[in-house]
Write a protein that binds this ligand. Structure first.
Ligand SMILES: Cc1cc2nc3c(=O)[nH]c(=O)nc-3n(C[C@H](O)[C@H](O)[C@H](O)COP(=O)(O)OP(=O)(O)OC[C@H]3O[C@@H](n4cnc5c(N)ncnc54)[C@H](O)[C@@H]3O)c2cc1C
Length: 554
């Protein structure tokens, strides 16, 4: 007998074959997720397909900043900064449990590229472009105050710092939260489902060929149009539709190092100029860890297997060791690394770093729209624009159908009541008080389940090991594994340990010790056999090996 969660996928597959003309969204990163939610909220029958897992590509490998992008001021991309600061405010309101204010220290040293005055001017402009939507206005602390704000930061030649606020969010969780919300509005969202191309009749796309990665089944669904939101895979997807289509995307690789927070303690995020090439690098607090990134280099390899290289690690470590020399961090302190591809739009003559982060939308008269480029931060407005373009091109607006995009006003259902940061903090404190969980767990449960955190905690407490931590020192519990499979669309150990929780990045052994038990548990929930369990576990262990490949490079 199938259990509730397997019926979820089976039901979705049955619904997909309904006598219905779908708007098919290709790609389950944050862009596709936001398009699916917007379309479902407007009453459009929408189906999203993702070939691996929701957020598995760029949308789980970012710097996790929901930001205006202070560095874009230098390049005079004021439009992008204004749009991004507006969207930062929108996302903080509609997904308040996930998008939270983050304070930044931007230290200034004698002889640096920018003086205190210039940084102050830049941050004033940043506040102005935010149109009063900054969490708090910036200030310019002197040397002694900076030493208090960020005690382990290099003090020699320090003059002072800019201190300002942006926001951050767990990128993978926010992507899944958008997908969950889209489903609540009626979208059909399937991971492990690959788009193989469209079928056209009378110059109009009428069907899409799909491949179920779990069963190997190939089938066709009727569509009213297709939106490609395939990030760095945009060229491949466009060619699946039209072999002669020209290349649009210039993928550039960004790598991050992850350290344990107690080894690399950080009170605020820190903005630094790389000692190698002066590019902006960030040290960012990330739950029980600290992130350091990122690189920006052209990428010509296999987009489905992007890893940090030894060169990336050495590039980043040089700046870490210069500015946090007191911590004496070495490569042995790196818990894990990750790398992702920015799906930038080609701009001939520009370097990777100076290529615009703005998005572009390409539309064809046969009903196929492609969106690429952009930032995680601008996902919602990009989705709105892509959908409006689709409706304009295909003229599929139906009488009585809500035409207006409502995504900037309506919070995710699990974020209702958590629109302000103060409310989020109170909700966290309530979880500690009512359920006796530690503060780190209260934060994790609230981020993952929003206003349903209490219900989940009660359900976990009702099972034998639901509240048992997966790994000592990390907030995740075994109940999270069940919830990830039952309600979070997770299908593999990698989905659970890399994206629904962050064990892969933060546990000292990257989850090796629990991989077998997690695979078995998922296998039971999805009614898989022993061979599947073994393969799933092997795949996860192989991912750990691939991520550590840089150690073997000379
Ligand atoms: C290192 C790095 C740091 C970054 N930091 C930030 C930051 O701090 N803040 C910020 O705002 N932005 C940041 N960005 C940018 C941001 O992460 C991306 O713009 C965003 O995640 C792109 O999302 P996407 O949905 O367009 O693409 P993706 O997340 O890559 O999603 C595309 C999806 O399409 C799927 N797909 C491809 N082909 C098919 C097919 N045939 N069928 C079905 N599915 C398919 C893929 O599997 C993939 O999951 C960063 C980017 C990088 C690389």
């Amino acid at each position: 007998m199938e259990s509730a969660h397997t019926i979820g996928r089976a039901e979705a597959l049955t619904k997909l074959r309904d006598d219905c003309e779908w708007l098919l969204v290709v790609g389950g990163g944050i862009t596709g997720a936001c398009i699916a939610r917007d379309a479902a909220m407007r009453g459009i029958p929408v189906c999203l397909v993702e070939k691996v897992d929701f957020g598995h590509a760029t949308s789980s490998r970012s710097s996790k900043l929901i930001h205006g992008g202070i560095r874009y001021l230098e390049q005079a991309h004021f439009g992008l900064v204004m749009e991004a600061t507006r969207e930062r405010a929108v996302l903080s309101k509609i997904a308040g449990h996930l998008v939270r204010p983050l304070s930044f220290v931007y230290p200034i040293y004698k002889g640096a590229r920018r003086s205190m005055f210039e940084i102050s001017l830049g941050l004033t402009l940043y506040d102005v472009l935010s149109l009063g939507r900054s969490y708090k206005f910036h200030r310019m602390p002197g040397k002694a105050a900076v030493a208090n704000l960020s005690p382990r930061l290099k003090k020699q030649r320090l003059v002072g710092a800019g201190f300002y606020y942006d926001a951050s969010a767990d990128d993978a969780l926010l992507t899944v939260a958008m997908i969950k919300d889209a489903v609540k509005y009626g979208a059909v969202c399937l991971n492990q489902m690959t788009y193989r191309g469209g079928e056209t009749v009378d110059d109009r796309v009428v069907a899409a060929r799909l491949h179920d990665e779990e069963t190997g089944a190939e089938f066709t669904v009727r569509v009213q149009g297709v939106i490609h939101a395939a990030g760095p895979f945009t060229d491949d997807v466009m060619r699946a539709d039209d072999a002669s289509s020209t290349s649009r995307v210039r993928p550039t690789k960004g790598a991050h190092l992850v350290f344990a927070r107690d080894r690399f303690p950080l009170e605020h995020a820190v903005v630094l100029n790389s000692v190698v090439d002066g590019r902006v690098n960030f040290a960012i607090p990330w739950g029980p860890g600290t992130l350091f990134g990122t690189t920006d280099t052209d990428f010509n390899g296999d987009a489905s297997n992007v890893q940090a290289s030894r060169e990336d690690v050495e590039y980043l470590m040089a700046t870490v060791q210069e500015y946090f020399s007191e911590l004496a961090l070495t490569e042995d302190d790196i818990c894990s690394t990750y790398a992702g591809l920015r799906p930038l739009v080609h701009q001939p003559g520009k370097s990777a770093y100076s290529t615009s982060r703005e998005h572009e939308i390409f539309s064809r008269s046969d009903g196929v729209v492609t969106i690429c480029g952009g930032k995680y931060t601008t996902c919602r407005s990009m989705a709105m624009e892509a959908l409006n373009t689709f409706l304009r091109v295909t003229k599929t607006w139906r009488k009585g159908q809500p035409t207006k995009c409502r995504t900037s006003r309506v919070p995710l259902k699990e974020a209702v009541g958590l629109e302000k940061f103060g409310k989020v903090l109170s909700a966290q404190q309530r979880l500690v008080k009512l359920y006796g969980v530690d503060a780190d767990q209260a934060e994790h449960f609230l981020r993952t389940y929003g206003n349903r955190a209490g219900n989940h905690l009660e359900a976990f407490e009702a099972t034998a090991d639901g509240m048992k931590r997966l790994v000592d020192g990390l907030p995740y519990v075994w109940g999270d594994v069940d919830a990830a499979v039952r309600e979070g669309f997770a299908r593999t150990t990698s989905d659970v340990l890399r994206r629904r929780t962050r064990v892969f990045f933060l546990a000292p052994d990257q989850g090796k010790a629990i991989a077998e038990d997690v695979s078995k548990r998922i296998g039971e929930l999805l009614e898989r056999d022993a061979t599947w369990v073994l393969r799933d576990q092997e795949r996860y262990l192989a991912e750990i090996e691939e991520g550590a490949q840089w150690k073997k490079e000379s």
